[in-house]
Design a protein around this ligand. Structure first.
Ligand SMILES: Nc1ncnc2c1ncn2[C@@H]1O[C@H](COP(=O)(O)OP(=O)(O)OP(=O)(O)O)[C@@H](O)[C@H]1O
Ligand SMILES: [Mg+2]
Length: 262
């Protein structure tokens, strides 16, 4: 379990990015949403110790992040960065994904197995010899996910994993998220895409100006006045509400609800 207790973060220059956030999560898919600058990335970076609390505490499976190194915490909490292109430094995709597992001290064979498995999960198995910098935006995003998967962390944070991706790549990322969740990983999905929230999350946490403005069930979340927080309803929900069909989570559910009414 990850426990965030009364977390404050003040950046140098006195920017108060988080103001007393508390949150507990386990093996679930939580969507972390909120307008630009609301503190989502700042919160995420506390969960694997990249940032330390100015006040309050973050406890990861019983470990206080102030007392453990990022390397230790990264075995438990994987963080896929927003804008992952800044994160690559190896000459090819294989080495890039192998870096983490190698640092875990696994044998070369185990490392190889992990790399191949992780690349398969994101459909990049044919890219082993390519330079990470030669990949397209969507491929880089998937490579960043593979690098984290290869570490097999219990919790995985994805910071806007579908931004800039086309439909096909977005679908792939969704599939990976669903699969990881089924395998027992806890997922914290940071996103501006409400369609993704509707389809994937059971629970939603809304940050607003560094504070938690909502934490609860996805259906309840979409009952809020989202425009007040700079967010829009997903199109599917707008259509469904217009049609008087209420809350649905997928096109399939919408069609079923429509069929029942006809
Ligand atoms: N290194 C830093 N130094 C000073 N202020 C920072 C730093 N990083 C972030 N901030 C500020 O902290 C606030 C929260 O930023 P954060 O990146 O956590 O927001 P976010 O919710 O992830 O936004 P976005 O949706 O744009 O990714 C913003 O006002 C931002 O300008
Ligand atoms: Mg961010």
């Amino acid at each position: 379990m990850i426990e965030v207790r009364n977390l404050w973060h003040v950046y140098e220059g006195k920017k108060e990015a988080l103001k007393g956030v508390s949150l507990t999560f386990g093996n679930e898919i939580i969507a972390l949403v909120g307008p630009n600058g609301s503190g989502k990335t700042t919160l995420a970076k506390h969960l694997n110790g990249l940032l330390k609390p100015t006040k309050g505490e973050v406890i990861v499976d019983g470990m206080d992040t102030r007392k453990h190194s990022v390397a230790e915490l990264a075995r438990i909490v994987g963080y896929v960065f927003q804008n992952p292109e800044h994160m690559f430094f190896e000459e090819n995709v294989f080495k890039e994904v192998a870096f983490g597992p190698r640092n875990l001290g696994l044998s070369e064979r185990e490392v190889e197995e992990r790399v191949e498995w992780a690349l398969r999960q994101v459909n990049l198995e044919a890219y082993e010899d390519r330079s990470p910098y030669s990949l397209s935006g969507g491929e880089k995003q998937r490579l960043a996910i593979a690098c984290i998967l290869a570490m097999k962390p219990k919790y995985i944070i994805l910071d806007e994993p579908t931004t800039g991706l086309d439909e096909k790549n977005t679908e792939r990322v969704k599939e990976v998220i669903r699969k990881l969740y089924k395998e027992g990983h806890g997922i914290l999905l940071i996103t501006h895409e409400m369609d993704l929230v509707l389809e994937l999350a059971e629970r939603v946490v809304l940050l607003y100006q560094g504070k938690k403005a909502f934490d609860g069930d996805v259906e309840e979340f979409f009952g809020l006045d989202l425009r007040e927080h700079g967010l829009d309803l997903p199109r599917l929900l707008t259509i469904s509400k217009e049609a008087g069909l209420g809350f649905v989570r997928s096109v399939e559910e919408f069609v079923n609800a429509l069929g029942m009414r006809i």
